[in-house]
Design a protein around this ligand. Structure first.
Ligand code: 5GP
Ligand code: ZN
Length: 152
């Protein structure tokens, strides 16, 4: 019974508008519906290349370079905007994993690119933080553009 008191108090305050309601953006899925959370949970397939307690790395389903991997935190956060919701250990593990998978793919020395799209202007399409690790061939000099890539 005692456990209900804070809940009821919270509901009462919320109904009076006294507790800020944090809206969930329509574009941010709940983890249960998030495709990358489903991959982490083993409920959806992936071509996994690396895993530790904080991080999973796997091939992008539509590779746009000879090597195109995604490095994600196992904990659901929507984008880099929510980075502070991850532990310091998870944040460090994410960057280390980007370097590790690049090394494992043999692209560390010739060069590789790490990209994260955060939000609408950046064309983020999956709202679970991920770093694209791309390389294995000469990349376009300037990928920071609103223009479509030139056709070969
Ligand atoms: P964003 O546009 O959000 O930066 O990148 C999302 C990436 O996730 C895209 O490159 C897309 O191809 C990839 N992607 C989307 N759904 C899946 C999936 O189910 N499996 C894998 N491996 N990659 C996915
Ligand atoms: Zn997720």
């Amino acid at each position: 019974m005692r456990g209900f008191v804070p809940v009821l108090l919270g509901l009462a305050l919320a109904s009076q508008g006294l507790v800020a309601q944090v809206p969930t953006p329509a574009s941010t899925p709940k983890p249960a519906a998030c495709i990358f959370c489903r991959i982490v949970a083993g409920q959806a397939p992936s071509k996994k290349v690396y895993e530790d307690s904080h991080v999973l790395a796997f091939w992008d389903i539509q590779p746009r370079a000879k090597v195109h991997l995604l490095v994600i935190p196992k904990q659901h956060v929507a984008s880099l905007k929510e980075l502070d919701d991850l532990s310091v250990e998870a944040r460090a593990a994410l960057l280390s994993a980007c370097v590790k998978v690049a090394k494992d793919q043999g692209i560390l020395d010739k060069g590789f690119r790490v990209i994260t799209n955060a939000g609408k202007d950046a064309n983020q399409s999956v709202f679970h933080l991920h770093f694209h690790v791309v390389g294995g061939e000469q990349l376009r000099e300037d990928a920071i553009t609103k223009d479509p890539a030139p056709q070969p």
